[in-house]
Design a binder for this molecule. Structure first.
Ligand code: 3PG
Ligand code: CO
Length: 547
């Protein structure tokens, strides 16, 4: 994995720093754009005075099945870190189902065989068509196949979304699904929803930010301990009537008949966790598969056949049983740099820590070379982020500035979570504050990079804060007769900025103008050129050319 020294580009004398403003896209409109509404003098100045272009961060440009698919952090950081576009989980699972490959695999055989020996087949996962972590069509295909293969009893545990889809859209999924189950149910096939809750309230924690979420999910799905309802519809309506709460935050519920839960998970059952994306699948998978387990009290561990939709961590091989091979992301930027003796530093706060490490390195949790890599996690607040829209951006900047000044790291990367995590709350004012907090950090950080003779790449993994109101099919903001907008919590289809900030007036390079469809995967080759290397031949093109 030797990198060739470039004869065209001289290495930047100081550090090269990639600054990922998570969830900060470029919207074509002003309405509902918290990025434009915020007062961001530093970002504005940088965009106006340094080479800048836009990068595609959604759809096929990041390995999603279609250009109607918005970008997300996994596919975005994978593309940035790998320098190439790989077919991603959403696409691989859909293809595996369409070709029938999934049903031929050992994992599917194992879960079906377990169910046919008398166990219940449970499906647990994010219940929407967001296609970021999961897709409801995958769930349906598996239910139909299970029925066709003679499984007698299936239970579905639904994590309500409202974060990758409309913020109060849960019933748009639940009601048609109940009708669908009515059609599927027969004397030979007993199928029902057994439990559920909002995805940010139970089960889908990530990066160990808040294990109590996973415990609440475990208690609901596995132990069937929680408030009982006769249907998911009733649970959702009741919770909504009791308090103003959006789908992602709905408390957990257990579906029961005459006080008897419909689907606790017990010895001899099979469980399919049907999310394909790993960050929010790892903790619950660990709870199911680890014999020794410290994060919370599980009670007796049921002996189940557990399968993930994918293997979520390539280093720890978690979970051991999985339905679809994950994308084989190899020879990442991080690995090349490690193999060529280039020191690296990665930092973010908990909520995005794995984005600049695990996702960046092709869904591997470990380092390539301990002696050359420094990874820093600043602990995130455990609060609704609209209450603390500045999050930990100042603390991240403190540490990053120190790291740059130390002179120890040749290549540094940082993810600021604000645009995305606050964008997901749907709170416009908070998103504006988030952006203003970020701008203050750029005002502190950029002079330090320049003083070190370094180069900063300012970019983002996908949009979010750039569209805080729901749009209609034509792309206009939806307004009620009274002029009210509806909050939008999900990501966007918009491109993201690429700003190249460098101290050197005689750069020796300029932005290429012949890459109109450039995307996030073009960043890795660019970074290598800035560090004075030629990129590997199969990496997507660099955004700069020598002059
Ligand atoms: C989440 O997991 O929070 C959202 O589904 C996607 O957000 P991310 O891709 O920005 O992490
Ligand atoms: Co997001």
């Amino acid at each position: 994995m030797k990198l060739e020294k470039s004869s065209r580009f001289s290495a930047c004398p100081g550090p090269v720093v990639t600054i990922v403003l998570d969830g900060v896209g470029i919207s074509p409109r002003e309405d509902g754009d918290a990025v434009k509404a915020a007062r961001t003098p530093t970002l504005d100045r940088l965009m106006a005075s340094y080479p800048m272009t836009q990068l595609l961060a959604h759809g096929k440009a990041v390995g999603m099945p279609s250009d109607d698919d918005m970008g997300n952090s996994e596919v975005g950081h994978n593309a940035m870190g790998a320098g190439r576009v790989f077919a991603q989980g959403a696409k691989l699972v859909a293809e595996s189902i369409a070709s029938g490959h999934l049903w031929q695999g050992q994992a599917w055989h194992d879960v079906v065989a377990t169910a046919k020996q008398g166990g219940t087949l449970h499906f647990l996962g994010l219940f929407s068509d967001g296609n970021v972590h999961s897709h409801i069509d995958h769930l349906k295909a598996m239910l139909e196949q299970a029925k066709a293969e003679g499984v007698a009893k299936a239970r579905v545990h639904i994590l309500l979304d409202g974060r990758d889809v409309g913020e109060t859209s849960a019933l748009d999924y639940v009601d048609p699904f109940e009708a669908y189950l009515d059609g599927l149910r027969s004397t030979e096939f007993d199928v029902a929803i057994a439990s559920g809750g909002g995805r940010m309230s139970i089960t889908m924690d990530r990066y160990e930010a808040d294990w109590s979420m996973v415990k609440r999910g475990w208690d609901i799905h596995v132990r069937a301990e929680g408030r009982q309802f006769s249907s998911a519809h009733e649970a959702i309506e009741t919770y909504r009537n009791e308090a103003h709460v959006i789908d992602q935050d709905l408390p957990g519920f257990v579906i029961a008949k005459d006080g008897q839960p419909l689907g606790p998970i017990v010895d001899g059952d099979a469980v399919v966790f049907f999310n394909f994306r790993g960050d929010r699948s790892i903790e619950i998978s660990r709870a199911f598969v680890e014999e020794e387990f410290a994060p919370f009290e599980r009670g007796p561990l049921p002996k189940v056949t557990y399968a993930g939709m994918m293997q979520y961590d390539g280093d720890t091989k978690l979970p051991p049983r999985f339905l679809v091979e994950p994308p084989a992301i190899d020879r990442t930027l991080g690995e090349y740099l490690a193999q060529n003796g280039v020191s690296q530093y990665a930092i973010s706060e908990t909520q995005k820590y794995g984005h600049v490490t695990y996702f960046w390195n092709g869904n591997r949790s470990g380092k390539f070379d301990d002696t050359l890599e420094t990874y820093v996690e600043i602990l995130s607040d455990v609060v609704p982020f609209e209450q603390r829209p500045w999050m930990k951006c100042a603390e991240i900047t403190d540490a990053l500035i120190e790291a740059i000044r130390s002179g120890k790291h040749r290549y540094l990367r940082v993810n600021y979570a604000n645009g995305d995590m606050v964008g997901h709350t749907g709170n416009f004012e908070a998103a504006v504050t988030a952006m203003q907090g970020l701008d203050l950090q750029l005002a502190r950080l950029i002079p330090v990079i320049l003083a070190a003779n370094g180069t900063a790449i300012i970019t983002a993994d996908h949009g979010n804060a750039d569209e805080m109101y729901e749009l209609d099919k034509k792309g206009n903001v939806t307004r009620t007769a009274e002029g009210r907008t509806k909050a939008k919590t999900s990501h966007t289809l918009n491109p993201v900025p690429f700003v190249l900030v460098s101290a050197d007036v005689n750069l020796g390079y300029k932005l290429r103008q012949d890459l109109p469809a450039a995307g996030l995967s073009n960043l890795a080759a660019t970074t290598l050129n800035l560090l004075g290397f030629e990129a590997p031949a199969d990496y997507d093109a660099s955004l700069i050319e020598a002059v």
